[in-house]
Design a protein around this ligand. Structure first.
Ligand SMILES: [Cu+2]
Length: 122
C-alpha cells in the first residue's frame, strides 16, 4: 500500500491539468466582430472572453493603420460580468484598425491576441 500516495498524486495531476487548461481567458467574440467591415464607425471595442479577467493584467489597445493609438485609454471590465472588457474609441475615419488584447485569468495565466476590423465609408 506504499504506492497509494503516488497514485493520489497522479490522480491530482490528472484532475488539475484539464481544469487549468480550460481556465484561460481567450477571446470568445468581439464587437465589432473579428475581421468585420462596419459602418458607421463603432464608439467602442468590446470583447467577450472565455474566463473572468484580472484587471491587473488585462488591457485592450486599438491602433490605426499607421500604429497610432485611437482608443481613449479607458479600458474597463464590466463589474456585472468580469468576462467582458471594453475600451471607447475616438472618432474613427474609414480605414483598417488593429485591436491588441492582453488578458489574465484569475489563476494568473496570461493570454494575448490581435484582430482587425475595417471602418467603411457611409
Ligand atoms: Cu488560466
Amino acid at each position: 500500500m506504499k504506492a497509494i500516495p503516488y497514485q493520489w498524486a497522479a490522480l491530482l495531476i490528472a484532475l488539475l491539468i484539464p481544469v487549468c487548461a480550460n481556465a484561460h481567458a481567450f477571446l470568445d467574440h468581439a464587437e465589432p466582430r473579428v475581421g468585420s467591415h462596419v459602418s458607421p464607425a463603432p464608439l467602442q471595442v468590446k470583447i467577450w472572453f472565455t474566463d473572468h479577467l484580472d484587471p491587473a493584467g488585462s488591457n485592450i489597445r486599438v491602433a490605426d493603420a499607421t500604429g497610432k493609438q485611437v482608443d481613449r485609454g479607458d479600458v474597463q471590465i464590466d463589474p456585472n460580468d468580469t468576462t467582458i472588457m471594453s475600451v471607447s474609441l475616438t472618432a474613427l475615419p474609414p480605414g483598417q484598425y488593429t485591436v491588441t488584447w492582453h488578458a489574465r485569468c484569475p489563476q494568473g495565466h496570461n493570454t494575448r491576441g490581435t484582430f482587425t476590423f475595417n471602418v467603411e465609408t457611409n
